[in-house]
Design a binder for this molecule. Structure first.
Ligand SMILES: Cc1cc2nc3c(=O)[nH]c(=O)nc-3n(C[C@H](O)[C@H](O)[C@H](O)COP(=O)(O)OP(=O)(O)OC[C@H]3O[C@@H](n4cnc5c(N)ncnc54)[C@H](O)[C@@H]3O)c2cc1C
Length: 391
């Protein structure tokens, strides 16, 4: 059978690209290495798939070229995907900060994508358990060899994702193939990943399980959400978000009590001079955290006996508490990958490689990484849609 395009990877981007191309009348072959498609979709969002973010825009993404994602995101928006979800009768809800989840299960999204692949008029053939051993480009055709056969088409779409969570079969395959075709790859690193603590911060690891709302910052980017202390270091949404901006050696600054007004500790001293700092902090923070912070601040005794200057310094430190993470928990625990196939190599309109006509890259394989909260799937849908328009 002759195909118009071969898509490598039956994940979010690959399946959606196949469905849209099929509906444009293209005959498409999807080659998936795993035994089933959409494995990351199935485990996403705690099994409910945070399938998009209603506010998704270019500023929610990291890339060496922050403008690259604009075109695709504006031509296929979160509202477009939501309309598709509704067309399939999938019940959904907004959890927080524009994050849309299925009421039921993530499987509904995979089933929807498969139904869209079958909607025609083009034919979408999906072959699972296909391990690609070699890809070549001869006389304008891409030839893909797997352990079970040889397939060829005039267009090839790289949709094999990034190396996050290798135990689910993720790998750097897309980067290796891109390099084979002479495309540059921006150094990949784990993102949306817990950070590890050591040295002076070891004490905080004893607070494993404690969570509190903070404003976390790294490299001039801040997120106000929950932080969670773990037996290895820091996690929770605020930390996962800043981890994408963090580089080894950088500090992560935490603003504890982000809603407290300036001068609140002096106010407390005036209102309750016989209260201790520990007692005051315990009113707004989990007890164990309040105790460790008090110990570090070293201000025992009643607030009334502490000089104003020391209280101002303590307030300032609580608002700018510096951690020096020793590292991240790596690709094994990273929800996504920052970096990937360089956007300078691709057309932002079609995702086609400038140097290799007919070769496309979409989804997480590309150097476009979303924040936590449905942004990464929206990029998978939008980039898949952009490429499908050109197939
Ligand atoms: C635990 C977890 C939860 C997440 N939750 C969310 C969420 O709720 N919302 C959100 O927006 N994002 C979430 N993400 C991120 C999101 O899953 C990814 O950004 C998204 O799946 C990327 O889509 P993709 O199609 O580029 O890659 P993937 O979905 O990873 O698909 C790549 C596919 O290629 C296949 N493949 C790999 N190598 C080969 C090969 N050599 N040959 C053939 N096939 C191959 C893989 O098996 C896979 O099926 C989550 C990620 C994780 C790990």
């Amino acid at each position: 059978m002759a195909y118009d395009a071969i898509i490598l990877g039956g994940g979010a981007a690959g399946l959606f690209c196949a469905a849209v191309a099929g509906q444009r009348g293209r005959d498409v072959l999807v080659l998936e290495r795993a035994a089933t498609v959409g494995k990351k979709i199935l485990i996403s969002g705690g099994g409910r798939c945070n399938f998009t973010n209603i506010g998704a825009g270019p500023s929610n993404y990291l890339s060496d070229n922050p403008h690259f994602a604009k075109s695709a995101l504006s031509r296929y928006t979160a509202r477009d995907f939501l309309a598709l979800v509704e067309k399939h009768g999938i019940a959904w809800h907004e959890k927080t900060l524009g994050q849309l989840f299925c009421d039921g299960s993530a499987k509904q999204i995979v089933d929807m994508l498969l139904a869209e692949c079958n909607a025609g008029p083009g034919r979408v053939e999906i072959r699972c358990s296909e391990d690609v051993s070699a890809v070549s480009h001869e006389e304008g055709r891409f030839i893909v060899k797997t352990q079970r056969g040889t397939f060829d088409a005039p267009a090839l779409v790289l949709a094999t994702g990034g190396p996050s969570i290798p135990k689910m079969g993720a790998s750097d395959f897309a980067y290796r193939l891109a390099r084979q075709f002479g495309l540059k790859v921006v150094e990949p690193r784990p993102a949306l990943v817990p950070l590890t603590l050591g040295g002076e911060d070891l004490l905080f690891r004893e607070l494993s399980g404690v969570a509190t709302e903070v404003e976390a910052s790294a490299n001039k980017t801040s997120f106000r959400e929950a932080a969670l202390l773990t037996h290895r270091g820091l996690s929770g949404p605020a930390i996962l978000q800043v981890s994408s901006y963090w580089k080894p050696g950088d500090a992560v600054t935490i603003r504890f009590l982000p809603n407290a007004p300036l001068g609140w500790l002096l106010e407390e001293k005036r209102a309750r001079p016989s209260a201790t700092l520990r007692a005051v902090l315990r009113e707004s923070l989990p007890d164990r955290l309040a105790d460790v912070l008090t110990e570090r601040l070293g201000l025992p005794g009643d607030l009334g006996n502490v000089p104003d200057k020391s209280l101002r310094a303590a307030e300032d430190r609580l608002a700018r508490w510096e951690f020096r993470p020793s590292g991240t928990e790596g690709f094994a625990k990273a929800e996504v990958t920052v970096g990937g196939i360089a956007t300078t190599e691709l057309s932002s309109k079609t995702m086609e490689a400038r140097k290799v006509p007919g070769l496309y890259a979409i989804g997480e394989a590309v150097d476009v990484t979303g924040w936590l909260g449905g942004y990464n799937f929206q990029w998978a849908w939008a980039s898949g849609h952009a490429a499908a328009q050109a197939l």
